[in-house]
Write a protein that binds this ligand. Structure first.
Ligand code: F6R
Length: 591
């Protein structure tokens, strides 16, 4: 979360525009606020705005700030509310030191108390501002670089920080959160994102843990936290395919990405045999396999545990990335951790991987973004190859993970081709969901649901995770409280919330869970619930039926799509932005 971009180079008459242009590609890391600081004639010109980078752009329309040094930031608020005063960059008392930050300074209150005692004046509620004052304090007795390094050493937590002073020096340091440097001629760029820089230059330096870079107009050096040693960065040539991501006639990225799913599934069916076979072998050789992921990716991981049991008759464990560090003690060298992440930058997932690495265990990553942190620290990577996901809601990456897990499960059984044929069938059946009549039906249903306070969703077995994922899609986009449950669980308490007209979506696959989930639907109906069935067949208990094809063990791939679309249509009907729901960010890089 939080995007960083910094520049040191030649005098540009419109450095502010360059910063804004680059920042607008970092919106996905947070869109609570955006801000820039440009060093103009020895003074920092700081401009900030609440909301997306576009809001800041509009505020600065017609204004160009010239300079040779500048930093910018997109924020996802952690400490301090969403406001202009809390937007980055933050400055010290003198205004000669400016800072942008991604992460959480866990001990900021202690540090702030001390700095307040020393007379520093704070203007925001953020943890970040502490750093500017720390550097100011340390600079009283040492040079800028040393002051920044010693200040960084005082921070607890996982942080990436870029700080500049009015002498035109810039330092970036990182622990946990990503930071990369790019150089093109006399121009140096620093960012939280590799693709943002590979757009400008292929000479990229990826800053390692507890390391950083020091830049002024003449030099660029790598630095380490632990010593005074400086060295010349060893650049790698990184080229990332920068195909422009367009909406291709769709009004929103979310809808476009939902419609791309049949192609994503076909792609996986056609292109992965060797990798899947190797992965199946890794799992067979391991003494225990554990899945970890967060959010939507976690639902895919949970679905994988059912697939592995049902298809491959293999026991695997699952834990959320954020819970994994409390669940790692039994890992050994021959354990295998499978970490799934669209972005490859989710902090909780990365922390789980680091925990596994400490035990010497092997790590397999399922990642969509090439060159991501997760890919770099894993032993082997399976790419989702789903293409860039721009909508904050993850859809096609979810389907891609399910497809890979299905293929791995069938490979473990020695029936890879059966998996491929199920994926092909699923891709074909998804296309049918996109027909005009089906969309009309979904829109009608969405209209009925848009003013409801609660929606409950139940599934069993393979489709229990589908219920969780369907609920997540609906609530994060439309802000309606939706909750997914294992079908059998409702009567153990939650059924108390069901009353006349409460919408309940029941996912009924043609599998061994069918009879039981239909009974659960009956139980809900007897309490007045309105039953929306997602299933290949129509049952009497349904008040509304959304037909999906029977694709056997691939049913989670197909059954989620009507709910993704419902989430989209309800959101549109409520006049909300489905691509950027409130309070969220595409990449969650804090714990
Ligand atoms: C929900 C969503 C999130 C992400 C989660 C993990 O629609 O997108 O729940 O799935 O933040 O992100 P990745 O997959 O990038 O690790």
């Amino acid at each position: 979360m939080c995007g960083i971009f910094g520049y040191v180079g030649r005098q540009r008459s419109d450095l502010s525009s360059l910063l804004l242009r680059k920042l607008s590609k970092l919106d996905y890391r947070g869109y609570d606020s955006a801000g820039i600081a440009v060093l103009h004639k020895k003074h920092f010109q700081i401009r900030k705005s609440v909301g997306e980078v576009n809001d800041l752009k509009s505020k600065l329309r017609g204004i160009k700030i010239s300079g040779a040094v500048g930093i910018g930031h997109t924020r996802w608020a952690t400490h301090g509310g969403v406001s202009v005063k809390n937007a980055h960059p933050h400055k010290d008392c003198s205004g000669n030191i400016v800072v942008v930050h991604n992460g959480i300074v866990e001990n900021f209150e202690v540090l702030k108390k001390d700095l307040l005692k020393k007379g520093h004046r704070f203007t925001s509620d953020t943890d970040t501002e502490v750093f500017a004052h720390l550097v100011e304090e340390e600079s009283k007795s040492k040079n800028f670089l040393k002051a920044v390094r010693d200040s960084f050493k005082k921070l607890k937590g996982l942080n990436a920080i870029v700080v500049a002073n009015n002498d035109g020096e810039l330092v970036g340091l990182k622990r946990g959160s990503p930071l990369v440097l790019g150089v093109k001629g006399e121009e140096k760029f620093i960012s939280s994102d590799t693709p943002l820089l590979s757009d400008i230059t292929s000479r990229i330096f990826i800053i390692e843990e507890d390391e950083g870079i020091y830049i002024n107009n003449d030099v660029v050096k790598t630095i380490t936290l632990g010593s005074d040693k400086k060295s010349v960065p060893k650049f790698r040539i990184i080229k990332i395919n920068q195909n422009k991501v367009e909406k291709k006639g769709f009004k929103h990225y979310l809808l476009k990405e939902i419609y791309e799913q049949p192609q994503v599934v076909m792609n996986i069916a056609d292109n992965n045999k060797q990798n899947i076979m190797e992965t199946a072998r890794m799992i067979k050789d391991a003494w225990g396999t554990y899945f970890t992921a967060c959010g939507t990716a976690a639902h895919a991981g949970l679905a994988a545990t059912y697939m592995f049991s049902e298809i491959a008759e293999r026991h695997v464990n699952f834990s959320f990335g954020s819970e994994f560090p409390y669940y790692e003690d039994f890992l050994v060298e021959r354990s295998l951790l499978i970490a799934a992440s669209q972005s490859g930058e989710t902090m909780d997932t990365l922390e789980a991987v680091r925990a596994a690495k400490r035990h010497g265990s092997k790590v397999l990553a399922l990642v969509n973004v090439p060159g991501s942190s997760l890919e770099r620290i894993s032993d082997k990577t399976l790419y989702l190859n789903a293409g860039p996901e721009r909508a904050v809601l993850s859809t096609k990456a979810y389907i891609a993970k399910l497809s890979l897990f299905l293929l791995i499960s069938y490979s473990m059984l020695g029936e890879y081709e059966k998996g491929v044929s199920l994926l092909r069938r699923s891709a074909r059946s998804l296309k049918r969901i996109f027909n005009v009549e089906y969309q009309r039906k979904l829109k009608r249903l969405s209209k009925r649901l848009m003013n409801k306070d609660h929606i409950y969703i139940i599934g069993r077995g393979l489709n229990y995770p589908t219920a969780l994922e369907g609920a997540l899609k609906i609530k994060e986009a439309s802000y309606i409280h939706a909750e997914g449950f294992a079908g059998g669980e409702l009567k153990h308490g939650v059924i108390a919330l069901v009353e006349k007209g409460t919408p309940c979506i029941c996912i009924v696959a043609e599998d061994r869970a069918k009879e039981a989930i239909l009974s659960n639907a009956m139980e809900l109906k007897s309490r007045g619930a309105e039953i929306i069935g997602i299933s290949p067949k129509k049952y009497n208990v349904f008040d509304f039926h959304l037909e999906v094809e029977d694709v056997s063990t691939a049913s989670p791939i197909v059954n989620i799509v009507p709910m993704q679309l419902m989430a989209y249509y309800i959101t549109i009907l409520k006049d909300l932005n489905p691509d950027k729901p409130r309070n969220l960010a595409k990449s969650v890089t804090v714990k």
